[in-house]
Ligand binder design. Sequence first.
Ligand code: THU
Length: 136
Amino acid sequence: MIASNQLQALRAAAAAAMQHAYAPYSQFRVGAALLCLDGTIVTGCNVENSSYPAGGCAERGALAAAIVAGHRDFTNVVVVTEAEDPTPPCGICRQALVEFSPAIVVTSYAASGADAQWTLAELLPHPFTPQSLHHL
Ligand code: THU
């Protein structure tokens, strides 16, 4: 299990990332912080677009930044929003995360400080994975 000081470092990093969110359409700012296997923290924020589908989530922003930095294994991801209640990653982000780290633990913090924690397996119990392609 993750140490509480490490979890708080992830939370702070995600909250800082949220400050950079570009969310003029939804007004729903999100920050995400991934903990890589070697202890590195990589962050992302949501980046919306006037062509709505061109926007992207914080979690996938963090994932892309981590991959380009050479990280492919993650133990934890922390999501920070300004919502009243902690929110889980969307379905597309669950799918994006399972590609690299099926055992990742997701912790979400709301504006109130309320938190919730899930395993990705709880959030995405029957994932499509790289192994799913092996019947070809
Ligand atoms: N969003 C995220 O960045 N992460 C989530 O976990 C949920 C949703 C973004 C997408 C969009 O910019 C805004 O929040 C509202 O859906």
